[in-house]
Design a protein around this ligand. Sequence first.
Ligand code: PLP
Length: 446
Amino acid sequence: MPQSALTLDDVLRLLTEHEEDAARTLNMVPSENATSGLAKLPLLLDPYHRYFFNESGDEARWHFRGAERLRSLETALTVPLLEELGRARYVSTKPLSGLNAMTLALGTLGGEPGSTVATIAPENGGHYATPSVAQRLGLQVEYLRGPDPHSLDLDHAAQVLSRVRPALVYVDQSHCLFPLDVRSLVATVRAASPETVVHVDASHWFGLILAGILPNPLDEGADSFGGSTHKTFPGPQKAVLLTRDPAIEKRIRDTQDYLISSHHFAATISLGIALLEFRDFGGTEYAHAVVANTKEFGRLLTERGLTVVAADRGYSAGHQLWLDTAADGIAPRTAADRLATAGIKVNFLDGLPGFTGQGLRIGLNEPTYHGLSGTDLVELADLFVSAVQNDGPYEELADRTALLRRRPRIGARLDETSPLWRTAVALATNSLRTVPGSGLNSVEAA
Ligand SMILES: Cc1ncc(COP(=O)(O)O)c(C=O)c1O
């Protein structure tokens, strides 16, 4: 049997080194974000170990009662905040991540095995996994396509919809600079195939929708929407589904308990805290800053000679920018490696719409969370371009990147004298076994 070569010392060293490194890094992967320490706290506490099933609080339903005292943190915190900010009447907090929410939505709304789901073609930014998840559920897949990476051909959509009469249109923009026009798409669906349900997977757009910057898909006529809570929304790794339609809520409720048992109750509380911070401690300003910073960063990179997609349209309406460094003579993988050496993490990817080879996909959502604005962006653009063009020295570039990290732009702070803080610190440290000479303390045997 293979044995782990790592000791607890090694584990702690790796985690410590990573934290030190992460604190000097700017993460520009658009699918990721940071979240506040306060929102992360539940993940250290007792609810991390608990199931929670009894949303109604029915006395006869406390079969799992470990989180009994905390019921309101889901039912009177996370759920109502999602309903309020997401402009929905019903919410499912069950999905663990965007892909899990996709599985739940397709499993619930995609129809019986053999039914058809229409979704966004990959060259229009559709998520790579949607066809595969649908097919594994026994569903057929048809693509909706468009003349460019940011829009759909609605005449083509009408033809597809009238021909196949899909149970579901699953709108899943993942590589996205500009949101698809959901209102026009819904009108097309209603005319061509009135019984078809429209679900918008807004994983990438979620924070911008909650802040009211991008249109809420329910206001645009979609039957439901949802997605990850950790991309443009600075929350825990989790996902949600929202609707105003009681029939759809019932279908989701009837399905979700068979696809998801533990919905990671602590992460659900974490999401509630992140939503409260978003609403009351600067979320709207943060989301506006993300969009402004993204456009400005596109301009600054272009000014410095990099090829940034969609310059004619202002680069982006959200948090993503796509860079064609191959057109500038630098392989995207090489550019990403150089940027990482300078403390900047970005995606290099195949399959960006409109690209024949790989490209760089970057996001301003996390740098904005860390407080970057104004002249910081000029400094970031200078060192970004220096790194891509191999114009070091890299130690200097990495030091300059580290200097750009500021205090988080949004969120509240837990006082370090609070009992909860002390509990969290104790919990983080008290389960370690003795390792002589390591500085780790033993837990006394009872
Ligand atoms: C539209 C869409 N759906 C699903 C996912 C998967 O989300 P997660 O990584 O949270 O599982 C993504 C991630 O990029 C996405 O863009």
